[in-house]
Structure formats: C-alpha cells, structure tokens
Design a protein around this ligand. Structure first.
Ligand code: PMT
Length: 217
C-alpha cells in the first residue's frame, strides 16, 4: 500500500516526442518513446493524484485512469498545456519538444530535387517557459533537461532561464539510459538544492520524483 501523498492534487504531465510536419508524408521528430512521462503519470496516479497526460505520438499504452490529450506539434502541445496547466497544482514537462519547425508546411509531397536540399526552420514556442510565466494560477513547474555534456550546468541554466521550480536532468549520451530505454538516472535540481537519483527503472525513478514533488506542493 502506498500513502496517497498526492490526494486532491491535479498534475499535468507532457510526454513523448513532438512531430513537426514538412509535407503530408514527412516530419521532424526525435527518439522519445514516452516511457519516462508515462511512468510519471502512473506514479502520480498511484499516489492519488488526478492526472492529465498530454502526449505526442508513442506506441505505449496510456494509464487507464489518466485523462489523455493527444498532440503532434509543439504548437498543439502549447495550446493543450496552457489550458490544463492553469487548472493544475503541478506541471511536469517531460515531452521532448522540437525546438524548431518548418517555416512552411508544403501542401503537396515535396519533389526530389538536386543533390542538396535546404530546409528553413523557425523557432517553436517554449512550452514550459510559457507555463512558468503564468501570472494567475501558475502551477509548481517541473522541467526535464536532456543533455549530452555539462549536464549540471546546462540543467541549472534551464531551471533559471525558464523560471522553473525544479528540473530533472538526464545524461542522454549514456548507453542504455534516457531516450527509449526502460532505465534512466536523474539529478533533480531546485534553486538551492540537488538530489542524485541513481540508475534504475523509469518506474522507480518516477516514483522518487513524485515523492519529492509531493513534499513541495
Ligand atoms: O520518452 P523516453 O524515451 O522515456 O525518454 C525520456 C526523455 C529523455 C525524453 C526525458 O527524460 C527528457 O529528458 N525529456 C525532456 C527532453 C527535452 O526536450 O529536453 P530539453 O533539455 O530540450 O528541454 C528542457 C525542458 O524544456 C523540457 O522540460 C522540455 O519539455 C521543455 N521544452 C523544450 C523546448 C520547447 N520548445 N518547449 C519546452 O517546453
């Protein structure tokens, strides 16, 4: 039996990749499987929370008791996030959001061209920074940081620049951890504190993250 540390709380979690269309058949995306975000949703439900899960396209099954919103692009993620975040006690951005999208989506399938093709990309909105900037009904805002080098300093930079309350950093250069694996290792950062969570299953790590979050709500 787990203690219902999150009873009465609403937690909104984003998970999985975004897909940025280039034309009707092609897109830019990344290797996020949704496993980390879905494990967070399971853990929050197990602790008694009401869970909104906003998910990019993944192949795994969502927890039955989560309220699922499916999105594809970063812009769709932003719309869903702003609506649900303002009704939540906490918002966790675990989705791997594309930083850029195509400047224009071709209406027809792009034709093969010469030996080189140049795509023009434009910056996507920063979803979690927009949530953290809410002036009314701002939830406790938790980011993730996927880094391949200087993990601590980049993660702490994102904590500050995006005005988050907490960030969970993972070193995604390590074989068998991070994207698409069943395992991970995390360092949690707050503005004046940090906590290392050693390598383990995403399920166990998710429960540790949720327990730390519950102490702060
Ligand atoms: O899905 P899995 O296969 O289980 O893999 C898990 C994971 C590695 C994807 C996950 O643990 C993780 O690190 N997720 C965040 C990935 C990411 O996009 O990190 P980032 O460092 O680029 O972004 C930092 C934070 O800003 C994140 O909370 C991200 O959701 C958010 N962000 C980023 C860009 C953007 N335009 N909007 C955002 O909200």
């Amino acid at each position: 039996e787990v203690e219902p540390l999150l009873a009465g709380k609403t937690i909104t979690i984003t998970a999985g990749p975004t897909r940025e269309a280039l034309d009707p058949v092609r897109y830019i995306s990344n290797h996020s499987s949704g496993k980390m975000g879905y494990a967070l949703a399971e853990a929050a439900l197990a602790l008694g929370a009401k869970v909104n899960l906003i998910s990019g396209p993944v192949t795994i099954k969502a927890p039955a008791n989560a309220l699922l919103t499916n999105i594809e692009s970063a812009e769709q993620l932003l719309t869903a996030s702003m609506e649900l975040a303002a009704q939540s006690d906490a918002f966790i951005g675990c989705a791997a959001v594309a930083d850029y999208r195509a400047a224009a989506i071709h209406e027809q399938k792009m034709k093969k061209q010469g030996d080189e093709l140049t795509l023009t990309l434009v910056k996507n909105p920063d979803v979690i920074a927009n949530v953290a900037a809410l002036s009314e009904n701002r939830p406790y805002t938790v980011g993730f940081a996927a880094e391949t080098q200087d993990v601590a300093s980049y993660a702490q930079g994102k904590l500050k620049n995006k005005n988050l309350d907490m960030i969970c950093a993972n070193d995604v250069s390590k074989e068998g951890l991070g994207f698409n694996s069943d395992h991970n290792a995390l360092t949690l950062f707050w503005h004046n504190e940090q906590l290392d969570l050693a390598m383990g299953s995403k399920k166990d790590l998710a429960m540790s993250v949720m327990t730390e979050l519950a102490k702060r709500l």
